[in-house]
Design a protein around this ligand. Structure first.
Ligand SMILES: Cc1cc2nc3c(=O)[nH]c(=O)nc-3n(C[C@H](O)[C@H](O)[C@H](O)COP(=O)(O)OP(=O)(O)OC[C@H]3O[C@@H](n4cnc5c(N)ncnc54)[C@H](O)[C@@H]3O)c2cc1C
Length: 371
């Protein structure tokens, strides 16, 4: 006898989206160690609904982003999640014309609406931006990710899911009919039986997988990559999101300008791989403002450096080093063991893809997913 069909470890946006999806199929328990859901990576993103343009052809990142984006917009409408299809400009100097063209071709292949703008058209849309040409992606949006996570939790709870905070999974062992999970909470340690486990522990997914007995060869190396943000004081000079061309190995999308739903402008994130073995460290050094200013002035020469204020940082659970090509999301379902799915490397576009990831995990547990 088990207490639950599914036990989800981690209450970030991915664990919550899995709870939302799986609660259509059985009883769900979600365990989150912090006092709030989504208090780690999921509270430290750009809150952008990506179009799906950047990822390697046929990758899970591409497929799940494009599918997830449609589902996310629909979810926002159905459940009143504040969002805005604000549109994005990818801007390039003369030397980037070829790269812009490649992105345009890719967008056309994928059915992502894009429009190429020359310097004059760009100036009409965004007079403060200096670039030779741009791509306009009207379908890119922004979302209140905190409200989104609340709504995911509410929907899952309405279908009977039990979502617990202050509940840290400390170990798990196999049983004949599933798993026994040891959970530490303020009441002490308790044990829960479940049929299947979903490891959505974000930055701790590798550690959790080891604890769940996954063979080392199936656990990809983790490289923490911090991205800092600086807010820009005063009224935003932009009406759209402004992105430079992405970094070559997609370590990051370049220090871009994002707006939140309150029209607050911020710049970031950059990419800083943390030394091997270090834990999450969310500091934003004020001295980084000078490096940010250099990067931003390439497309926004009117930037006033003193208006940049350290804001927050997020940490990407990358599966590749800065010298390697970009890695895909990894979903591992061990064979010949009680059912489990381990999610590794869920960096951007994880927020956009979250509902598609929830469906994909459900299909994996039902042995229907195409990887
Ligand atoms: C700087 C940055 C910018 C980004 N911008 C975007 C963007 O604009 N658009 C986009 O689509 N995506 C973006 N992303 C990606 C997106 O934020 C992530 O993919 C997503 O938030 C990952 O969610 P998660 O649930 O996997 O991880 P998390 O939010 O980290 O959740 C994992 C949870 O597991 C819990 N946990 C860990 N161990 C245990 C345990 N033992 N017991 C119980 N609970 C445990 C943690 O406390 C945590 O709450 C960005 C990411 C970063 C870092």
């Amino acid at each position: 006898m088990t207490d639950f069909d599914y036990c989800i470890i981690g209450g970030g946006v991915i664990g919550l989206a899995c709870a939302h999806e799986l609660s259509h199929h059985g009883s769900v328990l979600l365990l989150e160690k912090n006092a709030h859901f989504g208090a780690e990576t999921s509270s430290r993103s750009s809150e952008v609904i990506h179009a799906g343009l950047y990822y390697p052809g046929g990758s899970l990142k591409e497929r799940l982003c494009i599918h997830g984006k449609q589902r996310l917009y629909q979810f926002c409408q159905d459940f009143d999640v504040p969002h805005q299809t604000i549109g994005k400009l990818i801007v390039a100097p003369e030397s980037g014309a070829e790269e812009l063209q490649q992105l345009l071709n890719k967008g056309q292949r994928l059915g992502i609406p894009l429009q190429r703008l020359d310097e004059q058209q760009l100036r009409e849309m965004e007079p403060e931006v200096n670039a030779h040409a741009a791509l306009y992606s009207p379908g890119t949006g922004i979302i209140d990710s905190h409200c989104y996570m609340e709504r995911l939790a509410q929907q899952a709870e309405q279908r009977g899911a039990l979502l617990l905070r202050h509940s840290e999974v400390i170990s798990a062992s196999e049983r004949e009919d599933g798993w026994q999970i040891a959970v530490r909470s303020s009441d002490g340690t308790s044990h829960i039986q479940c049929a299947a486990v979903i490891n959505a522990a974000g930055l701790y997914a590798q550690q959790m997988a080891r604890g769940l007995g996954v063979e080392q060869r199936h656990i990809p190396d983790l490289h923490l990559c911090r991205g800092h943000y600086f807010s820009y004081q005063g009224k935003s000079p932009f009406r759209h999101l402004i992105y430079p061309l992405p970094e070559k190995n997609l370590a990051g999308l370049g220090i871009h300008a994002t707006l939140d739903l309150g029209s607050q402008l911020r710049f970031g994130p950059d990419t800083e791989y943390l030394p091997a073995g270090s834990g999450p460290d969310y500091r934003v050094e004020p001295a980084l403002a000078a490096t940010f200013a250099d990067a931003i002035k390439r497309y926004f020469p009117g930037l006033k450096t003193q208006q940049l204020q350290p804001d927050y940082a997020g940490i990407r659970p990358k599966l590749h080093t800065k010298h390697e090509t970009t890695a895909d999301f990894v979903f591992h379902r061990p064979c010949n063991r009680p059912p489990a799915v381990h999610l590794f490397g869920i960096e951007s576009p994880g927020l956009t893809a979250s509902l598609a990831i929830g469906s994909f995990v459900t299909e994996m547990l039902q042995n229907k997913a195409q990887t």
